[in-house]
Design a protein around this ligand. Structure first.
Ligand code: DGT
Ligand code: CA
Ligand code: CA
Length: 579
């Protein structure tokens, strides 16, 4: 998936043009970058299937930019970009990836303080040399430090949704080897953390010759750029994408104990190990042993390991030492919502606003997933970059969706909108238009830097509107790119529970918003949830299980999530929706 790379390239061009005081073009490049970024089908595949024309169908991409994207996809380079870059000091383009600081300020920092790198910028901010510059001030200095934090986190960790397919592909290939008995993803990825530091894989076999064959295979895979370590029990490689993969190979009799150990979290393991010690046992990556005789009593499977210590099996997603061991002892573990159990999506976009596919394509893709229903929720007029619809255009679009719904069998289509929550808390469409929608998703898309009080009031005001059904991606953050906005979530959760407004768990890999801990807290307020992909193409629908992963990490059960319910139960949860 080259989308993030292409989007970055376009953003960088916009920034460099802006630093040269070029008019208009930066806006055009940013628009195109955003379009590529929110596209969830693979741009490379799109290009291969339909060439430059296909690219030009995307919102904000005209002939000139399509030409440049094509050059990059075909050759892996873009002469125009290289040429621009030659005009700037080497590291300055890295600075452009720090959220909260734009090209004009970067130029000023360079000219006045000679700042060229992120670490120089950090040092200058920490010693308060920025706040004295014209137009800077302490607030901005603080924001820049925060931005550096976000930037660094984004550099070191990868969103789960991007790393997972890479890991699963390697897992499958390992499974195909004759020498291999069992394989599993371990570590934070197995726990489905929103970002992962590296990919951990565990495999089992019988005998050292088999282990060596597995390691030979692993260290010579085509995507490997560098072998960091190679042994018969542990090897580490760096992939061309920059991701690190650790592979451990153990004897098949210890697979369960090793998987328990390498799945973590470290904090969970500490508690479990202490419990084992209290029971006169010893737990390590080889198995569970009686302390007195050193006799091995478990190790082949994780279930067996936990059982030997007197614990019920805990799903990896909840192994964070946040109450799961106590719950396991008391036999009060939650029944977690299952992967693949979702029956429809309430938040999707089409070409009508900033999506890449038509209504009928989205519906066909949803059908293919076996869904019972899908809501089409294009943007409202406030989202100008996303081609939001005017009142009249939305009115007409709702009619078209409803006409399509009337003609479509096997899947129910709902007509709705992702409506901006305006700064004053009003929704971006009048009530008599909202009334005509089956589903209204309300989202904050602007003024992310408001104070906590302003933002809380804004959302609470929107929640007073009885047409609002779902609060869309409730913190606005983008992993590694944008901090969540400041908001008093507890007040929002209390209001959502009272007014029966559903909270969205957004399954998009860079959003993961609500976060696991937030969703868990919201549940304690009595809130109900929907898990949505916020798809901007047919391809985006496939991310649904990433949202389910967040729900599982939040200890959510099937009954907490509205869109795992069959169609006929939906009217209970939506005010206007009729079957
Ligand atoms: P990451 O990679 O930062 O996203 O997080 P993890 O949890 O995957 O951490 P990683 O890759 O360093 O180690 C994988 C697992 O191995 C970890 O979840 C638990 C286990 N582990 C690693 N080091 C230790 C340790 O010192 N003690 C214990 N008990 N377990 C460890
Ligand atoms: Ca890891
Ligand atoms: Ca690791």
């Amino acid at each position: 998936m080259k989308n993030p790379e292409v989007a970055q390239l376009l953003y960088d061009i916009a920034d460099m043009l802006e630093m040269q005081n070029v008019a208009f073009k930066p806006v055009a490049y940013r628009k195109a970058a955003r379009s590529v970024e929110t596209l969830s089908s693979d741009i490379d595949e799109l290009f291969k299937s339909g060439g430059r024309e296909k690219l030009m169908e995307l919102p904000g991409i005209g002939e000139g930019i399509a030409e440049k994207i094509a050059e990059f996809l075909e050759t892996g380079r873009l002469e125009y970009y290289d040429e621009l870059k030659r005009k700037f000091p080497q590291h300055i383009t890295e600075l452009m990836n720090v959220p909260g600081i734009g090209p004009k300020r970067i130029k000023l920092l360079h000219d006045k303080l000679g700042i060229k790198t992120v670490s120089q910028l950090e040092a200058a901010a920490r010693s308060h040399r920025l706040s004295r510059l014209p137009g800077f001030g302490e607030k901005l200095e603080g924001d820049i430090l925060k931005g550096i934090g976000v930037f660094k986190a984004g550099q070191e960790r990868t969103p789960l949704g991007y790393a997972l397919p890479v890991a699963e592909e390697i897992e499958q290939r390992l499974k195909g080897l004759k020498a291999v008995r069992r394989v599993s993803i371990a570590g934070s990825m197995c726990r489905k953390k929103e970002t992962v530091g590296d990919i951990d894989i565990l495999a089992s076999c019988r005998g050292t010759a088999a282990a060596e064959r597995i390691m030979d295979f692993f260290t010579t895979m085509p995507e490997v750029s560098r072998v960091l370590a190679k042994g018969s029990t542990k090897s580490s490689v760096l992939l061309k994408t920059g991701l690190q993969v650790d592979l451990r190979v153990v004897d098949d009799a210890s697979f369960g104990a090793a998987l328990q150990y390498f799945t973590g979290s470290k904090e969970h393991n500490v508690v479990v190990r202490e419990l084992a010690i209290k029971k006169g046992l010893k737990l390590n990556e080889y198995g569970v042993f009686r302390k007195s005789s050193n006799k091995k009593i478990a190790g082949k499977t994780e279930e067996e390991v936990y059982k030997a210590i007197g614990l019920r099996y805990m799903e990896p997603e909840i192994r964070e030492n946040s109450g799961e061991v106590e719950a396991a002892i008391k036999n009060k573990l939650p029944m977690l919502i299952k992967y693949g159990s979702i029956r429809g999506d309430f938040h999707t976009h089409t070409v009508k606003s900033d999506g890449a596919n038509r209504l009928e394509d989205m519906v066909a893709a949803a059908k293919k997933l076996g869904y019972e229903y899908i809501a089409i929720t294009d943007h409202s007029k406030g989202e100008r970059i996303a081609h939001g619809l005017s009142n009249e255009a939305m009115e007409k679009w709702l009619k078209e969706i409803k006409a399509a719904a009337a003609k479509t069998k096997d899947i129910r289509i709902f007509a709705g909108s992702e409506v901006d929550i305006l700064p004053n808390g009003e929704l971006d469409f009048p009530d008599d238009l909202l009334k005509k929608m089956d589903i209204v998703v309300g989202t904050v898309h602007s003024r992310f830097k408001s104070t906590r009080e302003e933002m809380t009031k804004r959302i609470l005001t929107a929640m007073e509107n009885r047409h609002l059904d779902i609060l869309g991606h409730p913190t606005g953050r983008l992993i590694g790119k944008r901090e969540p906005y400041e908001v008093d979530l507890r007040k929002i959760f209390a209001a959502a529970a009272e007014k029966k407004i559903l909270l969205e768990i957004n399954a998009h890999p860079e959003r993961s918003d609500l976060k696991d801990i937030h969703a868990r807290e919201a549940k304690s307020f009595g809130c109900k949830f929907v898990i949505d992909t916020d798809s901007h193409s047919t391809d985006g629908l496939k991310f649904m299980d990433l949202g389910v992963a967040i729900a599982r990490r939040a200890w959510l059960s099937p009954e907490d999530v509205v869109n795992r319910r069959p169609l006929k139960e939906l009217p209970k949860f939506f005010r206007k929706l009729k079957l």
